[in-house]
Design a protein around this ligand. Structure first.
Ligand code: IPE
Ligand code: IPE
Ligand code: MG
Length: 232
């Protein structure tokens, strides 16, 4: 797929769901599913950018996920530590700007520091933008933006309000993929995905292949994005 391909989505989001069920079906602990999911994610990031996607936004951990058992969360945080240090930051140093959205006070301080360092190291990246949503909730983010607006004390436009969200500056989402068979947003990008095309895959995230991603992109290209207007 050529980089300049007309009709290729510019900004793709993925709700990476199904790690636990993938593991359960193999009689493995849930954490083995998260491990397999992280591995898959890393290859998929490279593949997506190779196909010319300019922005990729990945839902890794929701605000609500923070209520999961401590054992699962500790395992997930260990994986974040490992992946940010050994894989994601080095990958991004090849011209990809890394950004993390979500409430950093909800995650361990050392991970928040790793993230801040990675963002700083990669801030000059112009090839593409990779955003992780960690400790992120769309509703919480909207309320936080409202509070900023209140303290500013003046009426907001759509644009000025969008800038106050943790996604401020991000382009509108073109295609939102959810793996794992569920057909819901689970509090992801409620404001930003207003006109995103949706693609649901039955595959559990660790089994969602590069080819599955390509299939979603091909389907996206056939969509008629009218944005509420009449067809031209
Ligand atoms: C998604 O997989 C990853 C996170 C939410 C951290 P799940 O852990 O939700 O996997 P399932 O949905 O239970 O299979
Ligand atoms: C959504 O998956 C969150 C992430 C993939 C990070 P969940 O597994 O938390 O969503 P629900 O509980 O099925 O809605
Ligand atoms: Mg799930």
């Amino acid at each position: 797929m050529a980089t300049s391909d007309m009709g290729a989505p510019y900004h793709v989001g993925i709700i990476m769901d199904g790690n636990g069920r993938w593991a359960k079906r193999r009689l493995l602990p849930r954490l083995a599913g998260h491990r397999a999911g992280m591995k898959r994610m890393l290859s998929l990031i490279e593949h997506a950018f190779d196909t010319g996607i300019k922005e990729l936004t990945l839902f890794a951990l929701s605000t609500e996920n923070l209520s999961r058992p401590k054992e699962e969360l500790d395992g997930l945080f260990d994986l974040f530590r490992l992946y940010f240090t050994q894989h994601i930051t080095p990958l991004c140093e090849k011209g990809i700007r890394l950004r993390v959205i979500g409430d950093r006070t909800l995650i361990p301080a050392d991970i928040a520091r790793l993230i801040a360092e990675a963002e700083e190291k990669t801030k000059g990246g112009e090839r593409a933008l990779l955003t992780f949503a960690i400790g992120y909730g769309g509703q919480q983010d909207i309320v936080a933006a409202c509070n900023k607006a209140v303290s500013e004390g003046k009426p907001q436009t759509l644009e000025s309000f969008a800038e106050k969200l943790s996604t401020g500056g991000m382009s509108a989402m073109d295609l939102l993929i959810r793996t794992g068979g569920e057909m819901r947003l689970s509090n992801f990008l409620l404001f930003e995905a207003a006109y995103a095309e949706l693609w649901f895959s039955e595959k559990m995230f660790p089994a969602f292949s590069d080819e599955d991603f390509d299939e979603a992109i091909r389907d996206y290209r056939t969509r008629d994005r009218r944005f509420g207007k009449l067809r031209k």
